[in-house]
Design a protein around this ligand. Structure first.
Ligand SMILES: *Cc1c(COP(=O)(O)O)cnc(C)c1O
Length: 396
């Protein structure tokens, strides 16, 4: 389907109704043991697997359900191949661990998803891999941090909670000149709004739990690579053992089919909320790269085709913790909770100061993250407006 547009491809890729009596969706295959009629057949299946071809001889390697999802995501990302993982963090750690050995060095953006940072600082360090965090705005300056033993640059744009946008093409150009691979957590924009491989990324990570599953009812992660980075990811996955429930994979496939109609609504609701929030006198700054005032706006505009519904809000110094909690606790439409990317709106208090080492993070007042869901924007703004009423009453 190389000629079709992304919106069209998402609907058709990986389905193969001719294999399932014309049924639109691939069935949920549950499997551990896979029987072979003869020894020769088993040998043939094993040989096909070694050549990365379809056909399984054990459930851990996935079933036709898994392959349908992996095929669809690889196409969506514009990469070579995809592997599915039990959650987004497992996908992050697979991308980090597949390309390094004891004595190697990795460069990670300072605004990385903090559990990925925890993995690097504790797990990778335990296995003798050195980590340096870099300023998300470093651009081609990354060259000064690359050492002879650097194997991987790990980016996330915009990064978790503070939403700085890295200049991925500039970073990738320098990294590739020095023989270093570039991985990127592409969860925020998804491939619908950011084609990572077109911008020099070798390994693209999705917390598919977010906009791909999209209904807050399953956990899933994916890693997609180009041809160059594929073998190491595949081999590491076979070595560590990772199997994902076919029911969850099915929910990922089901969510994926509607992503191109959901994301524009998340973008629009998020941006309208961000603009409204920016006008409130108690707000110091809204961290959203689609706002023209945002430091990441120029790069976002150059490289991204859209924005998701996730952004940050920094309140002013005069806002007490009590006033902040009055705002958040009384919200009717926004749940207080981790994760995001579902149909519903969420808020989450955030404090990332302890997770920044290459850059300083000292906001003047409380900070929170907003996920704009698919509700009507007027209702979302009215609920937030009531919240600011409570905040003002509390400050007095
Ligand atoms: C949520 C998230 C993850 C982890 O995904 P889980 O499915 O929750 O493990 C990774 N990266 C980013 C940017 C995320 O927001």
């Amino acid at each position: 389907m190389s000629m079709k547009r992304s919106e069209t491809r998402i609907i058709h890729v990986g389905r193969h109704p001719e294999n399932w009596e014309g049924i639109v969706n691939p069935p949920i295959y549950r499997a551990s043991t896979v029987l072979s009629p003869t020894v020769a057949d088993l040998r043939d299946k094993q040989a096909r697997r070694a050549r990365d071809e379809a056909g399984t001889y054990y459930g851990r390697f996935g079933t036709p359900t898994t392959r349908a999802f992996e095929e669809a995501i690889a196409d969506f990302e514009g990469g070579y191949r995809t592997l599915v993982y039990p959650c987004g963090l497992a996908a992050c750690t697979a991308a980090l661990m597949s390309y390094v050995a004891a004595g190697d060095h990795v460069l990670i953006t300072d605004n990385v998803y903090s559990p990925a940072r925890n993995f690097a600082d504790r797990f990778l360090a335990r296995y003798g891999v050195a980590v340096t965090y870099f300023d998300p705005l470093i651009g081609s300056g990354i060259g000064a941090l690359i050492r002879p033993n650097t194997r991987l640059v790990y980016a996330e744009a915009p990064g978790s909670h503070t939403f700085e946008v890295q200049d991925i093409p500039a970073i990738a150009e320098v990294a590739h000149q020095r023989g270093v691979l570039v991985a990127m957590d592409n969860t925020w924009a998804t491939p619908h709004y950011y084609q990572a491989f077109d911008h020099g990324v070798d390994i693209s990570v999705q917390a598919a739990t977010k906009y791909i599953v999209a209904h807050s009812d399953a956990m899933l992660g994916t890693v997609t690579t180009n041809q160059k980075a594929w073998a190491q990811l595949r081999d590491t996955r076979a070595q560590v053992g990772m199997a994902v429930s076919p029911d969850d994979v099915y929910l990922g496939l089901r969510g994926l089919r509607t992503i191109s109609v959901r994301l524009p609504r998340h973008w629009e609701n998020g941006l309208q909320l961000a603009e409204w929030l920016q006008r409130q006198p108690e707000v110091e700054r809204v961290m959203h790269p689609a706002l023209p005032s945002d430091p990441g706006h120029a790069i976002w505009k150059r490289d991204f085709r859209g924005a998701s519904g996730l952004f940050g809000v920094m309140l002013k110094a005069g806002v007490t913790q009590q006033a902040f909690e009055a705002l958040i606790d009384g919200l009717q439409l926004y749940g207080i909770g981790a994760s995001w990317g579902g149909f519903e709106s969420l808020v989450l208090p955030t404090d990332v100061a302890k997770n920044r080492t290459a850059t300083k993070w000292a906001p003047p007042g409380p900070v929170f993250r907003v996920h704009a869901g698919l509700e009507h924007i007027d209702d979302l703004i009215a609920d937030m407006n009531d919240g600011f009423g409570r905040l003002r009453k509390s400050i007095g």
